[in-house]
Design a protein around this ligand. Structure first.
Ligand code: ADP
Ligand code: MG
Length: 599
């Protein structure tokens, strides 16, 4: 290279904008930094108001210690912080901030105004900054504490603006981070107002359960298990939902270390493992978990947004969280033999396999039978039912399973032979042997029926409406997609700050699956980035069909098998489920010959 390179020291404003790239990713990061500053300023009340996804306007007001005029001017300079002075201070840091980067970064990419007043001062100081340049400093009126206003975020960095999502999505991010901050400081009353609407307001009474109730609703809060576990000077505490209210995403999980909100994959994993070892269900419990440990067990300075911490020993923390969660779940089930009954899981089908001798099969041959019950039942009862119903169920299953073609059902060109592993249906067709995956088949049938419905999907009215609680992120998605939910056959209306009432649901969906389906659709919607309407409908129908379809493990009698095959073969694409997996595998005469090497 012949050209000579020249090295410049970047001016302050440029380096602030670069730092802003790390600290200020989106409106939610501004909200996070400002509220953390208010928490560090020993506030007892914090109010956050936003407009249009926070892009247009964010205001955070607190009643904390405030700043002197000279500090207010210093605060917007890079690396100006009152929280540490020396590197060694980092090891014992108890404040949320310490890098002195947030205010200058935010002020460099917005129109920024700070009003602050110390308790002992009669006046407040106002500092205004536009795109990183101070435009005004003067005395002004104002309450004790600090108010920061951030308008037109990223107005001078169009590249950043392009990365922003819809207002509804940005609202969701803000709501999520505020929820977590509010949960991590139940001693502070936090109010969140979005487009002039109160989203939540926490009581600030230092009671975590009440704080959870003020955010997630009383119904959710009343169904929580408390977590409390101490070992070796490390304490795990908080709340956890019963498996009956598993959520569709991890959005409902808040983890804290010494009251600092953190992201942590391995804590999430520990919770999953503890849960799923007890209950093989999919979904994520709501969790608010705080880990309290000596400050020198962790390093908080590993990430510019301070959202991750490094533990000196992750293994120990993983094990403690696992134990704490298992203990909470076990305590809740101690009085009963039956976890399901105690945790009020709406058990639709309780599957019990038992071995018995059938009167219709030879002495040595044994059959396995499954029983379905509509409500939780004790193991004693189960044994009785098995004894009572053995003969009946067995007779029915065996008789049907061995059924010879019925006179009046000859017209079906498929002759079902039986069910294998409660999962596959075996049938004889005119041209060979068919094996059908019962779940995939039913999924295809339901999907097509809903897809082909002219206009709105046929609905069933609920005699008693279902009530569902949503957090504000979910409410935003529901509201933004009201049309989609309506066309899918769901009629939902808002009846409380977090509660929606369901009046109508698609007629092909079992009521017990409705809540799970809606939550799964919400997850799908929040993961899709500006989908085409067709794509969206396909994804939603796929979810609904998959949830509503009979599962592997469901025992079917011969009538059900016949109905399923008839419906399947009247669809246009019987060979695949809506996800594209095979629903039918066929062995023609040639295939069979080949396999038996009969050439
Ligand atoms: P950091 O929080 O890392 O110190 P910031 O840029 O976020 O850096 O804030 C700079 C300084 O401004 C803080 O150290 C604090 O002294 C002061 N400050 C910011 N916000 C507030 C507030 N709401 N109340 C009182 N002081 C504040
Ligand atoms: Mg800060």
């Amino acid at each position: 290279m012949s050209e000579k390179l020249t090295i410049h020291v970047l001016d302050e404003n440029t380096s602030n904008k670069i730092a802003a790239g790390e600290v200020v990713e989106r409106p939610a990061s501004v909200v996070k930094e400002l509220v953390e500053n208010s928490i560090d300023a020993h506030s007892s009340k914090i109010e956050v108001e936003i407009c249009d996804g926070g892009v247009k306007f964010i205001r955070v007001s607190d009643d904390g210690i405030g700043m002197a005029t000279v500090d207010a001017k210093l605060a917007i300079l890079r690396h100006a912080t009152s929280k540490i002075q020396f590197v060694d201070d980092l090891a014992q840091i108890s404040s949320l901030g310490f890098r002195g980067e947030a205010l200058p970064s935010i002020a460099s990419v917005s129109r920024f105004s700070l009003t602050t007043r110390l308790h002992k001062e009669p006046f407040a100081t106002l500092v205004e900054v536009q795109g990183g340049k101070i435009t005004e400093t003067r005395e002004s009126g104002g309450n004790v504490g600090t108010t920061i206003t951030v308008s037109d975020l990223f107005y001078n960095t169009p590249a950043r603006q392009k990365f922003l999502k819809t207002n509804a999505t940005e609202n969701g991010y803000i709501s999520t981070i505020l929820t977590k901050l509010a949960l991590s400081h139940p001693e502070i009353s936090l109010r969140f107002i979005n487009n002039n609407k109160l989203v939540f307001s926490t009581p600030g009474t230092n009671d975590l359960a009440n704080t959870i109730a003020s955010i997630y609703g009383h119904k959710t809060a009343s169904e929580l298990l408390s977590v409390s576990y101490v070992d070796n000077g490390i304490e795990i505490s908080g709340f956890l939902s019963k498996p009956s209210i598993l959520k569709s995403s991890r959005n409902w999980q808040t983890f804290m270390v010494n009251s600092r909100v953190i992201q942590s994959r391995f804590i999430a994993k520990a919770i999953d493992s503890a849960y799923h070892s007890l209950l093989p269900k999919t979904g994520y419990p709501l969790a608010v978990i705080n880990i309290t440990l000596p400050q020198d067990y962790i390093d908080v300075n590993v990430h510019p947004q301070k959202s991750e911490v490094k533990f000196s020993n992750e293994q120990i923390i993983y094990r403690l969280v696992y134990k704490a969660i298992s203990k909470a779940l076990k305590e809740a089930t101690q009085d009963h033999q039956n976890i399901a009954a105690n945790l009020e899981i709406p058990v639709k089908k309780l599957h019990i396999n038992t071995t018995f001798n059938s009167p219709r099969v030879s002495q040595e041959q044994q059959q396995t039978v499954s029983l379905w019950r509509d409500e939780p039942i004790s193991f004693g009862t189960v044994q009785k039912i098995i004894q009572e119903e053995n003969s009946i169920v067995c007779y029915d299953t065996v008789a049907d399973g061995m059924a010879l073609p019925d006179e009046n059902e000859q017209q079906l060109s498929f002759q079902p032979l039986g069910q294998i592993e409660d999962c596959y249906i075996v049938a004889r067709g005119e041209d060979g042997l068919y094996i059908i995956d019962q779940h995939a088949a039913h999924e295809r049938i339901l999907y097509d029926r809903m897809y082909n419905a002219a206009g709105r999907i046929p609905v069933q009215q609920l005699l008693t409406p279902l009530f569902m609680e949503f957090d504000s992120t979910e409410l935003n998605i529901v509201e933004a997609n009201a049309e989609v939910f309506h066309s899918l056959g769901f009629t939902l209306d808002l009846v409380g700050p977090n509660t929606m009432r369901l009046l109508e649901v698609p007629s092909d969906i079992p009521i017990s699956e409705v809540e799970a389906i809606i939550r799964e659709i919400l997850t799908t919607l929040s993961n899709m980035q500006s989908p085409a309407p067709g794509e969206l409908r396909h994804a939603c129908l796929q979810t609904a069909a998959c949830r509503a379809a009979i599962k592997a493990g469901d025992t079917l009698n011969m009538r059900q098998i016949k109905a399923l095959l008839e419906d399947l073969f009247s669809t246009e694409l019987p060979y695949n489920c809506p996800h594209g997996r095979p629903a039918i595998i066929k062995f023609g005469a040639k295939d069979l010959a080949k396999m038996f090497k009969r050439t």
